[in-house]
Design a protein around this ligand. Structure first.
Ligand SMILES: Nc1ncnc2c1ncn2[C@@H]1O[C@H](COP(=O)(O)OP(=O)(O)OP(=O)(O)O)[C@@H](O)[C@H]1O
Length: 601
C-alpha cells in the first residue's frame, strides 16, 4: 500500500541518478567526451613544435626541415579530426542513452499518473501536466544528450590545460593559472551571489506566466472577440509581459557589470603573461628557448577563454534543468491511490453516501460536502440537483473514487469503495461527463474503449442504442473514420452520444452522468434522452443535471445546498413540500414559459 509522499534527491545528484538509468552508455559517452577534450589540445602541441622548429633555424629559414613541419601539420590535422570523431561518438552514445532514459521516464511518469487518484488530474489540469511531460522531461533528455558530456569536457579541459601550462614552463604557466583562478573565483561569486538562484527561479516563473497568458489569449481569441473583450484580455496579457519586463531588466542589468568583467578577464589572460615574460626575458641567456615558450603561451593562453565560457554556460544550463526536474519530481512524489490489502467484490450495486465530508483544499477547510447522506438504489435513477457550487459534481467525482472522502464513507452494496481495487471499481462504474474526451482514433476504437472484449455486433448495437449509428454511417469511412482527421467534425451532441455508446458497451452496473445534456439542442437532447434510456436500464444511475425537465422522472431527487442534502424525495413529493426544490421548479417553469413566449413573440 502506498501512502506517504516519495522523496527524491535534488540538484546534480538527482540528475546523475536519472542519467544512471543507462549507466554503461553514459560512462562511455563521458570517457569519449573527455578524450575529445584532450585531443582538442593536440593542435596546440603541434603548434609548439612548429614554433620550436622555426626558431631552431632562425634566421636561416632555408634550413627548415619541411618534412618535419609536415609531420606537425598532420599531427594538428589528426588531432582536430580525432577530436571531432571522439566528440561525435560521445554524442551518439549520450543521445542513445538519453532517448532510452526519456522513454523510461515517460513510461514511469505515465504509469504513475495512472495510479494517482483521478482527482489529481482535475486539480492540476491537463495543460500543466502536458507542459511538465513535454518540456521538463525533454530537458532531462537534453541534459543527458548534450550537457553531461559537455560538463565533463568542461572540467577535463581545464585540468589538461593546467598540466600543459605547467609542463612547458611553470613560470608562464603559473601566470596564466593565476588569471584562470581569478576568473573561476568570479564565476563562483556570480552564481553564489545573494539571491542568484531565487532570481533564476523567479525569472523562470515569470517567463512561464507570460507564456501561459499568451497561449490563453490566442486560444480564447474567438471568445474574446465575440464578447468584445479585446482590450480587457489584452490587458491581462500586457500585465504579464510588463511583470516579465520589470523583473528581467533589473535582473539582466545586475549581471551586466560582473559578466563584462568576467568576459574581459578571460579574454585577456595573456596580459598576466606580459610582466612574467619581461621578467623572464630580462634574466635569460637562452633567448631562443625563451622565444619558443613565450610565443607558445601567447598563442595557447587565449584559447582558455573558450574553455572557461563553456564552463559558465554549462553552469547556467544546468540550473535551468534543475527547475524542470523539480517540477517533474513534485508530480512523481504525489501519493498513489491506496489499494486495499484484502480487496473485496460485491454482487449488489446500490450506492450509499454515509455522512460524507470532503474538501478540495484541506488547508482552507472549505467543505465541498458536509455530512452528505443518501442512497441511490439499484435499478433506479437518483438525480442530484441544487444551485451552482452546492456539491453536485463532487458527488459524481467521489463515487468512482476520483478523490477519497475526508470522513464518512461511500458504499457500493455493503462494501466501502476503498476496499475495491481501482480496476474493479472502474469496471463497475461508467461515467459520462459533460466534456467528452474522444481519442484521435477510429470511431470504432473510441466506442470499443468501453470494453476491449466487445464484438463488432456489440459496438454497432451500442451505437444504435446511443442514436449514433445513423451519423456514423454517413461519415466517409463509417466506423473506421478517424476522429479529428480532415473534414471530420462531430457536433457536441454527437460526441456525447458516442460517449454514451462507449458507456453502453462497457455495461457497468453503476452509471454516473454529470450534466451530460447541458450543451445539447432540443433535437439532440431528445436523441440523448433516448440513448440514456438504454444506458440506464436496470442500473444504479446517479444523474447530475441543471435542467429540471431531465430529472423530473427520476425515482429519487436529492436537493443539495452548500454541501448538504436539504431535501430528498420524488418530484411530486418535493413540489408538494414547497421547499427549495418547489421554488427551483417554479423558477424553472417561469423561465421556460418565458422562453416559449419570447419565441412566439
Ligand atoms: N477543483 C476544485 N478545487 C477547489 N475547489 C473546488 C474544485 N471543484 C469544486 N470546488 C468547490 O467545491 C464546491 C462544490 O463544487 P461542485 O463543483 O461540486 O458544485 P456543483 O454543484 O457541481 O456546481 P456547478 O453546478 O456549478 O457545477 C464549490 O465551492 C467549488 O468552488
Amino acid at each position: 500500500m502506498e501512502d506517504s509522499k516519495k522523496t527524491y534527491k535534488t540538484g546534480m545528484p538527482r540528475l546523475l541518478e536519472l542519467a544512471a538509468t543507462k549507466k554503461p552508455l553514459v560512462i562511455l559517452s563521458v570517457i569519449l567526451s573527455s578524450l575529445a577534450a584532450i585531443a582538442n589540445f593536440i593542435p596546440f602541441i603541434a603548434i609548439y613544435f612548429v614554433i620550436r622548429e622555426i626558431l631552431r633555424v632562425w634566421p636561416e629559414f632555408s634550413n627548415l626541415n619541411i618534412s618535419e613541419l609536415m609531420k606537425f601539420a598532420y599531427m594538428a590535422l589528426g588531432g582536430m579530426l580525432l577530436n571531432v570523431f571522439l566528440y561525435v561518438s560521445a554524442l551518439m552514445c549520450s543521445h542513445i542513452a538519453a532517448f532510452g532514459t526519456l522513454y523510461e521516464l515517460k513510461i514511469n511518469f505515465a504509469s504513475h499518473l495512472a495510479k494517482v487518484p483521478l482527482g489529481f488530474h482535475i486539480m492540476i489540469g491537463s495543460g500543466k501536466l502536458r507542459k511538465i511531460t513535454d518540456e521538463n522531461i525533454e530537458k532531462i533528455e537534453q541534459f543527458i544528450a548534450h550537457q553531461l558530456p559537455d560538463i565533463v569536457a568542461a572540467f577535463v579541459a581545464p585540468i589538461v590545460m593546467l598540466i600543459l601550462l605547467l609542463a612547458v614552463d611553470w613560470r608562464f604557466g603559473s601566470a596564466a593559472i593565476l588569471g584562470m583562478a581569478i576568473a573561476f573565483a568570479m564565476q563562483i561569486l556570480l552564481y553564489g551571489k545573494d539571491g542568484a538562484k531565487e532570481m533564476m527561479a523567479k525569472y523562470q516563473t515569470s517567463l512561464e506566466d507570460m507564456n501561459n497568458a499568451s497561449v490563453e489569449y490566442i486560444r480564447g481569441i474567438s471568445v474574446v472577440k465575440a464578447y468584445k473583450q479585446t482590450v480587457y484580455s489584452f490587458q491581462s496579457l500586457h500585465k504579464t509581459i510588463k511583470e516579465y519586463t520589470d523583473m528581467v531588466i533589473p535582473y539582466t542589468l545586475s549581471w551586466e557589470n560582473p559578466m563584462s568583467m568576467y568576459t574581459t578577464l578571460i579574454n585577456h589572460i595573456y596580459l598576466f603573461l606580459l610582466p612574467v615574460g619581461i621578467l623572464v626575458g630580462m634574466n635569460t641567456t637562452d633567448y631562443r628557448k625563451f622565444a619558443i615558450t613565450f610565443i607558445f603561451y601567447l598563442i595557447f593562453v587565449p584559447s582558455i577563454a573558450g574553455v572557461l565560457m563553456k564552463v559558465l554556460y554549462v553552469n547556467s544550463d544546468v540550473t535551468r534543468i534543475f527547475n524542470g526536474v523539480e517540477a517533474m519530481d513534485k508530480i512523481l512524489s504525489e501519493p498513489e491511490l491506496k489499494q486495499p490489502i484484502h480487496p473485496k467484490t460485491t454482487e449488489s450495486f446500490q450506492v450509499t453516501f454515509k455522512n460524507v465530508e470532503f474538501s478540495y483544499k484541506k488547508e482552507e477547510k472549505i467543505k465541498a460536502l458536509d455530512g452528505v447522506d443518501f442512497c441511490a438504489n439499484q435499478g433506479e435513477v437518483t438525480a442530484i440537483v441544487g444551485p451552482s457550487g452546492s456539491g453536485k459534481s463532487t458527488i459524481a467525482h467521489l463515487t468512482p473514487r476520483f478523490f477519497d472522502v475526508d470522513s464518512g464513507k461511500i458504499l457500493i452494496g455493503e462494501v466501502d469503495v476503498r476496499d475495491f481495487t481501482s480496476s474493479y471499481l472502474m469496471e463497475k462504474v461508467s461515467f459520462v461527463f459533460q466534456d467528452v474526451f474522444l481519442f484521435k482514433q477510429s470511431i470504432y476504437d473510441n466506442i470499443a474503449m468501453g470494453n476491449p472484449n466487445a464484438t463488432k455486433a456489440d459496438i454497432e448495437s451500442a451505437a444504435k442504442a446511443a442514436q449514433c449509428h445513423e451519423f456514423i454511417e454517413k461519415l466517409p469511412n463509417g466506423y473506421q473514420t478517424v476522429i479529428g482527421t480532415k473534414g471530420v467534425h462531430l457536433s457536441g451532441g454527437e460526441q456525447q452520444r458516442l460517449a454514451i455508446a462507449r458507456a453502453i458497451v462497457k455495461d457497468a452496473p453503476i452509471v454516473v452522468l454529470d450534466e451530460a445534456t447541458a450543451f445539447a439542442d432540443p433535437e439532440n437532447e431528445h436523441l440523448i434522452q433516448k440513448a440514456f434510456e438504454k444506458l440506464m436500464k436496470n442500473k444504479t444511475v446517479i444523474i447530475i443535471a441543471h435542467r429540471l425537465s431531465t430529472v423530473r422522472n427520476a425515482n429519487k431527487i436529492i436537493v443539495m445546498d452548500q454541501g448538504k442534502v436539504i431535501e430528498e424525495g420524488t418530484h411530486n413529493d418535493l413540489v408538494a413540500k414547497e421547499g427549495k426544490y418547489a421554488a427551483m421548479w417554479k423558477t424553472y417553469n417561469t423561465t421556460s414559459s418565458w422562453v416559449m413566449n419570447d419565441k412566439e413573440a
